[in-house]
Design a binder for this molecule. Structure first.
Ligand code: BES
Ligand code: MN
Ligand code: MN
Length: 454
């Protein structure tokens, strides 16, 4: 493909993305509700500009879904593109080198919350449509659906998908919301982990107590919570919840060998995040620990006195947010029940424990022998000059399993992010190279896919 148009328009593409990134579309915090609407409307206007038809904001019980389509010929296949315009909260703001919603380009990278996850990657699709429009050819039918609640579990999108099966009829789903190994090491994620997320509350005495008058004679909810959490892993870092591993798919030695063939260095891994050593479940490599094994992590823990100086107190309550990443063939329903039951059962008699489940999501593995996967791999090979390798990613995109179960459709995870892009962290960024490579690669995917489906 001639990349002249891309080069000539790169600055405008970036300016448009930056204008969108300036809108703080944080879905977790209701105080940003107005900005969510603004971000959705901004995208809708860009959809219209690139010539999509039937562009609309589809209302849900929560944030609107931005939808558009280009239906060129009923005899051609249809690709449904999915992504999200909501972003994670930017806290803690003081750890950003430049404000999260005042995007800057530094060292060929766009710094802003959402730059990579997922506004930057969604915007590649919008500009890829512009490129194809300008070339005068849409090789297949395209529907695009960008939601505003991925970072909070996609519950309303789930309802929307179930209620709109005809509207969303397609042959395959295309998503750019994952990463690749390195800019000179293209790869395609073929697995996503599921999720089971909980908030737990441990209650001891009916009020905060003087830790001298009562200390030693009552169960301290924070001590108890720490002990309970510590007991969830054994000395080999296996998770101790009875039945937790029952349905975990066991890979053959050959499959594990294949998986470990991806370029990975524990030394570089440690260096990249400032760790003195790697850590995890005994008997598995880092690649396996992230890709094919389930995990349990505390995401936050609080209670008692955390202010200046010292206060001698036994708190009445202690809290934690605990999540588990799931792999095939675990289900969030099964694991949620097992966790709840186990966590309540290990509480000592001196406290009461409540477990409140949050959102869940199911694990998926996408095929590597499909027409769509090959179209994506060929597209990347063309634009990167190197055949991408399949990898198993550690993150979650809850709707992908539902695309399979509700619409019967496989997904291709054509992502261009890097682990070092700091998604969900301060100083999230996205390479200009990655953004432009995405815009260049996506039209190849459509052409390859349409040609192979003939
Ligand atoms: N885009 C990410 C998921 C992701 C990132 C997958 C990189 C693979 C590689 C997505 O926006 C995300 O953050 N998902 C959440 C799940 C959600 C229910 C909060 C996650 O994985 O924590
Ligand atoms: Mn995302
Ligand atoms: Mn995310």
């Amino acid at each position: 493909m001639d990349t002249t148009y891309l080069k000539e328009n790169q600055d405008r593409f970036l300016t448009e993305l930056i204008d969108w990134l300036r809108i703080p579309s944080v879905s977790a915090d209701p105080k940003f509700a107005g900005d969510i609407t603004k971000a959705a409307e901004y995208l809708k206007a860009r959809f219209e500009e690139v010539g999509l038809d039937n562009v609309e904001l589809c209302p849900t019980a929560g944030n609107p879904i931005v939808y558009g389509e280009k239906l060129v010929d009923a005899s051609l296949p249809t690709v449904l593109v999915y992504g999200h315009y909501d972003v994670q909260p930017a806290d803690p703001y003081e750890l950003w080198d430049s404000p999260p919603f005042e995007p800057v380009i530094k060292d060929e990278k766009i710094y802003a919350r959402g730059a990579c996850d997922d506004k930057g990657q969604v915007y590649m699709h919008v500009k890829a449509l512009e490129v194809m429009k300008q070339e005068g050819a849409f090789p297949c039918n395209i529907k695009i659906m960008i939601e505003g609640e991925e970072e909070v579990g996609s519950n309303n999108l789930g309802i929307f998908v179930r209620a709109n099966k005809e509207k969303l009829k397609a042959d395959v789903i295309l998503v750019s919301d994952t990463g690749m190994l390195a800019n000179d090491e293209p790869s395609i994620e073929v697995g996503l982990r599921g999720l089971s997320y909980h908030e737990v509350e441990v209650t001891g005495p009916n009020r905060d107590l003087h830790s001298g008058l009562y200390g030693g004679a009552v169960a301290n909810p924070i001590n108890v919570l720490c002990k309970m959490i510590a007991s969830l892993h054994d000395e080999n870092n296996h998770i101790t919840i009875p039945g937790f591993y029952n349905n975990v798919a066991v890979l053959s030695a050959a499959e594990r060998e294949e998986l470990n063939r991806v370029p990975h260095s524990d030394e570089e891994f440690k260096k990249s995040i400032g760790l003195p050593d790697v850590y995890g479940e005994k008997g598995y490599t880092t690649v396996e620990r992230v890709g094919i094994r389930p995990t349990l992590d505390v995401n936050g823990i609080w209670g008692g006195y955390t202010g200046e100086g010292a206060k001698t107190v036994i708190a009445s309550k202690a809290y934690a947010k605990i999540s588990m990443r799931l792999v095939p063939n675990q289900t969030s329903e099964e694991i949620t029940a097992l966790f709840q039951q186990h966590f309540e059962s290990i509480a000592p008699s001196g406290v009461t424990v409540k477990v409140k489940p949050h959102h869940g999501g199911e694990p998926v593995v996408t095929p590597t022998d499909s027409v769509a996967y090959k179209a994506a791999a060929d597209a990347m090979e063309t634009t990167f000059g190197k055949r991408p390798i399949p990898t198993r990613g550690g993150g979650s995109i809850p709707i992908v399993a539902m695309f399979k179960s509700e619409l019967g459709l496989d997904t291709v995870l054509l992502g261009f992010g890097l682990d070092s892009d700091a998604i969900h962290s301060p100083n999230e960024h996205y390479g200009v190279f990655n953004f432009m490579k995405g815009i260049e690669t996506i039209p190849h995917f459509y052409r390859n896919y349409a040609a192979a489906m003939k």
